[in-house]
Every structure is written in C-alpha cells, then in structure tokens.
Design a protein around this ligand. Structure first.
Ligand SMILES: *[C@@H]1O[C@H](CO)[C@@H](O)[C@H](O)[C@H]1NC(C)=O
Length: 429
C-alpha cells in the first residue's frame, strides 16, 4: 500500500472480506509452514485473499461506512496477498498483508479502543499483549519510538504516565493507531526474530479482514529489515500467483539466481525514502510505441508496491495507452464501453472474452522489456467484460506512479538490495 505521510488524503479503495472456510486439507496449519533453504533463505507460502482457505463470505464490514474519504468504486487494493505469522508466547496465528509500500508492521490488538476493522476467523484471533509472556512495551524515550515518530510526523505520540509510545500510520483514507511493542515472531514453528518491533493496533479504519500489515519498506524497523539481519544476503523475492487457488511464495535472503530480466532498483521516491522504485521508459501495444506528444517526457519513476493491485502511470502515458489498447481491441472485434472511469471492453458479438487473442503489452524498463501476460493487463469483470488494470496517476495518490502487483503476477520478483537490482522471471508460480 502506498503509505501517506502527514495530511495528504485521498485514494480510491475497496474492501474485500474473508469469511468462513469451506475448505479441506489445503487449509490446515501445515499450509503455512516456513522452510529454510540450504543457502539459508527463509521461504514461506503466500495466498491471495480469494484463496479457498479464505473464501469470501457475506460478512458485513461494520467499519467501512465510517470511511468518509473513499472516492469512486475503483478497487485499488483488491489484489492483496497474505502471509502467516505467529506472534508472542503462546504464539498467536495471524494472516497479514505483504506490503512493500510501507514500513511499520502492525496487527489488530485486544482491546479495541475506538473502532477496529472486523477480522475474519481465518485471519486468526486478535493479539492480546497481556496474554503474551514475552511482550514488551516500547517506552517514549526509546530510539525506535523517536525514529517512528520522526518518520510518521507525530512528535507527541506518547502517554507519559505509563511511558507508552504510540504510533500512527496512514494509507490514504485507511489508518491504524496504537502502541508500539516487541514480541517473539515465528514463521511456522521457527522463531525468526526474538524481539520483533510492531504496532499493536487499538483503533483503525482498514478495508480488509486480515489481521494487519507486514511492511517491507526500507527502515530499520520494517519486517524485512528485522528479518534481513538473520540472513546472509540482503534481498527478498516473491511470486504472487495469478490463479487465486494457487500458492505463491516469499523468500528472504539468498534467492534463485536464474532471472530473465534485470533493471536497476532505485532508492526511494521523492520524499518517501523507504520505498523501492524502477525507471519506466516506455510501453508498447502489439509492438507499437505509444503515441505521446514528443515534447512530453514519458520516462517515469514508479514505486513497486505489493499492496496495490493496479498500475498507475503518468496521465500522458495512460491516455496514449488507453487509445492504443482501444484501437487494438477494435481490430479484434471488441468495443470500448464508455461511462465507467475504467477502460473496459466487450466482444461485439456478445461471446466470451478470448484471453488468448488480446493485444500484447510490454513495459520497457531501463535495460529490461517485460512482456505482460493478458491476465496481468486486464481484470475480468464478467465472462464478456474486461477492464484495463492501468490507471492514470491522477486517480490514485496524486502524482504517484505505482507498479502494482497485478502487472507482475506469476513472475518471480526479486528485490536485490545488495546489488541494487530488480529481477524478473516469468511463470515462476
Ligand atoms: C535503505 O536505507 C539505508 C539507510 O537509510 C540506506 O543506506 C540504503 O541505501 C537503503 N537501501 C535501499 C535499497 O533503499
């Protein structure tokens, strides 16, 4: 998710729910096991929010109506992927979103102080710090407390009487507020961090039914950086499957070296020093470059954000892309449906969409041209309606370009922070 600092507000968001499980052995606790590779990497499974273990149910989200700033109906956070963590002693199982666009991790805690999102049974129970013998609260003069306050712009987030450090993180119209603490973090049965620093959330607006968020951004206190201290190589990799039923993976540490494409990884994005970015040079549709006014520079830096579904490109690129896709689709017998904010198409004869006959799209990053499979370019809205999974940057967080997770599904995606490269390998999960 794209973390918002200070008072910037707006984002189009949606909420999806996980509910009662109608599943079989795939969903047993063994599903969530961590493996250690021979090379010393942590290797664990990843699930789409629509995985059969997390089947959507008609639970009604109580907190959603409070979200006054939600605009439109576009579902920019619908493509979330989860991992399982075990927190505290005795360990509490929680499913959390993998988010490279934010830093501080948090889980929903007992007891809720103001209002808290509804958590699905499958996401595990709410963590109760008083029930964990290894939980420790962070004091106000603690270095981590000061760091987190500096990064998130709340200098007085402290309860002096009890020496309790408070935190607050904001993602568009969503937020989480609570106390900072440390506890034992395990993946499967293996304790990976003895004193994992995280937020114990007591008040939130959050459009999900998972327990919280695990941050991979580059700060000393992010999940990734706390984990990376235990590995021999500073990198992480993941594969988010296109098929919701399939299992993906996440690797922290040394990763399989075979990569088809490698582009430089760029540190930060404007004032957001903790994110990972890439340089997009251009895009093509059916091999043709986009027709953009030559006086406009279409090169753009994009944040790679595992917590956002769609890809947000600059407006000139987006409108040229929509134009090129519309014309290529027209040649293939589709008509563009105007009226929705998204760019959507239907076959003119009313037949089902032929996924093998859609236009070919490429994203040209510096030194790496990525051919996107059609499932990564379009959302299937119904059998005979598809919509482009690209949006102009004006419809997301203003002027922030984001490479969302949909575009890179089924690729092994490697963030090599030691070599400062970003690698891709197609059909990896
Ligand atoms: C991560 O942050 C550290 C400290 O600010 C910095 O030295 C390092 O270059 C950053 N790495 C990346 C990949 O952003």
């Amino acid at each position: 998710m794209e973390l918002i600092q200070g008072v910037m507000v707006f984002l189009a968001l949606s909420y999806y729910m996980v509910g009662p499980c109608n599943c079989s052995a795939v969903c047993s606790p063994a599903t969530y096991e961590l493996r250690l590779s021979k090379a010393g990497a942590f290797h664990f499974p990843v699930f789409h929010r629509e995985h059969p273990c997390l089947d959507p149910s008609p639970v009604h989200p109580s907190s959603v109506s409070d979200a006054g700033t939600v605009i439109g109906t576009d579902k920019i956070h619908q493509g979330k992927y989860f991992m399982a963590i075990n927190l505290g002693t005795p360990a509490v199982f929680n499913l959390v979103t993998i988010d490279t666009g934010s830093t501080l991790s948090w889980v929903s805690c007992e007891r809720c102080q103001i209002k808290c999102h509804k958590q699905a049974n499958e996401a595990g129970p709410k963590f109760n710090p008083h029930s964990s013998t290894t939980y420790r609260q962070i004091g106000c003069s603690n270095e981590d407390c000061i760091d987190i306050h500096q990064d998130n712009g709340i200098p007085y987030g402290c309860i002096d009487a009890t020496d309790t450090c408070l935190y607050s993180v904001r993602y568009g119209s969503q937020y989480s507020v609570g106390k900072l603490g440390r506890d034992r973090l395990a993946l499967g049965d293996i304790t990976v961090v003895d004193d994992f620093l995280f937020g114990c959330s007591k008040d939130d607006i959050f459009y999900g039914f998972e327990a919280g968020v695990i941050g991979f951004g580059n700060k000393s206190y992010s999940f990734f950086n706390q984990m990376a201290r235990q590995t021999s190589y500073n990198a992480f990799a993941y594969c988010f499957p296109s098929d919701h039923q399939a299992e993906g993976f996440l690797i922290i540490g040394p990763y399989p070296q075979r990569l088809e494409l490698v582009t430089p990884l760029i540190r930060g994005y404007g004032l957001r020093s903790y994110v990972y970015s890439l340089l997009l040079l251009d895009m093509t549709v059916d091999g043709k470059r986009l027709e953009v006014d030559p006086s406009i520079d279409t090169r753009q830096i994009m944040i790679v954000d595992s917590g956002t579904d769609d890809t947000f490109v600059s407006s000139p690129t987006f409108y040229a892309l929509a134009e090129a896709v519309t014309s290529a689709m027209r040649d293939k017998g589709y008509y563009r449906e105007y009226g929705s904010e998204k760019v959507c198409f239907r076959p003119a004869g009313g037949e089902p969409v032929n996924w093998r006959g859609l236009p070919a799209m490429e994203m040209q990053f510096l030194r790496a041209t990525v051919k996107l499979p059609s499932e990564n370019v379009f959302h299937q809205q119904s059998v005979d309606r598809i919509c482009l999974a690209f949006q102009p940057d004006t419809s997301g967080v203003r002027d922030v370009r984001i490479l969302g997770n949909k575009a890179l599904r089924s690729f092994r995606v490697v963030y090599d922070l030691q070599k400062m490269t970003f690698g891709l390998q197609a059909r990896a999960c």
